[in-house]
Design a protein around this ligand. Structure first.
Ligand code: CU
Length: 274
């Protein structure tokens, strides 16, 4: 059974195995296919047209399915690996162990944003940026410069308190839990974290930075936390909404899975703590 743990509590051996599995997926070319898929949806999802991966109710089930597929790819390399999550409301400093050289490496140098330590630095030779929006082939970050502060626990709580999953017009203008968690409205949780990390994480090719998976694993956990707090609230909309994935409609690119199939994460993995 897959147990997703807080990254702050991983052992040295768990960190090493996670990093090694990432590097092996990268070497095989399988990693970059995930980056390509994510970017295709970022570019294609629009507020006034078809929208599936982002700025829509299916933001949460889409990323849940995307992470399950990625986690299964990691497990095909090392069956002991699970995706860790990054609670950025608690580990909110550039000095967090997340950014140490034995895990994800730190921020980029000021000259060009290049990450210069850790297993994903350009000098490691392990992590070429191949799927990219410009010609820079090295991982970049500028921790804390695009957004001054990561979200606080109080801000997270204010979003978890919202009882309605999502609302018309089912896009970046919506009120409700999904859009406040995604961050287009209100205190801004998910989007702000992408901006705080900077570099590729602030672009459509954000999965180039391995922290993408830890960020989204925590967003996914917050969805599970919200469900437990609001047992009488469900995914919306339930039917008949143009351009939007209703509860029982299949999602691209998989076409064999519906939001309804993804509401219960315990069919796939559990978390280390509630
Ligand atoms: Cu994201």
């Amino acid at each position: 059974m897959t147990v997703r743990k807080n990254q702050a509590s991983l052992t040295a051996d768990e960190k090493r195995r996670f990093v090694d599995a990432l590097v092996q997926l990268k070497r095989s070319g399988r990693y970059d296919a995930f980056v390509t898929t994510h970017n295709a949806f970022i570019m294609g999802d629009t507020d006034s047209g078809e929208r599936t991966g982002h700025r829509s109710p299916s933001f949460l089930p889409w990323h849940r399915r995307f992470l399950i597929e990625f986690e299964q790819a990691l497990q095909s390399v090392d069956s002991t690996v699970a995706l860790p999550y990054w609670d950025w409301s608690a580990d909110r400093s550039t000095r967090s162990s997340l950014w140490a050289p034995d895990f994800l490496g730190g921020t980029g140098r000021s000259l060009d944003g290049r990450v210069i330590d850790g297993p994903f630095s350009a000098s490691s030779g392990n992590w070429p940026i191949n799927v990219r929006v410009d010609n820079r082939t090295y991982l970049r970050r500028s921790l804390g410069s695009g957004a001054r502060e990561l979200p606080t626990r109080a801000e997270v709580e204010s979003v978890l308190a919202m009882a309605t999953y999502d609302m018309a017009p089912w896009n970046s203008a919506s009120d409700g839990f999904r859009n406040h968690l995604e961050g287009w409205r209100g205190v801004n949780l998910h989007n702000r974290v992408h901006v705080w990390v900077g570099g590729q994480m602030a672009t459509g090719v954000s999965p180039n930075d391995p922290v993408f998976w830890l960020h989204h694993a925590y967003i996914d956990k917050l969805w599970a936390d919200w469900q437990r707090r609001h047992p009488d609230s469900g995914y919306l909309p339930t039917a008949g909404t143009p351009d939007v994935v209703d509860l029982g409609e299949t999602m691209k690119p998989w076409k064999d899975v519906r939001p309804a199939d993804l509401l219960d994460h315990t069919a796939y993995y559990t978390f280390d703590a509630a």
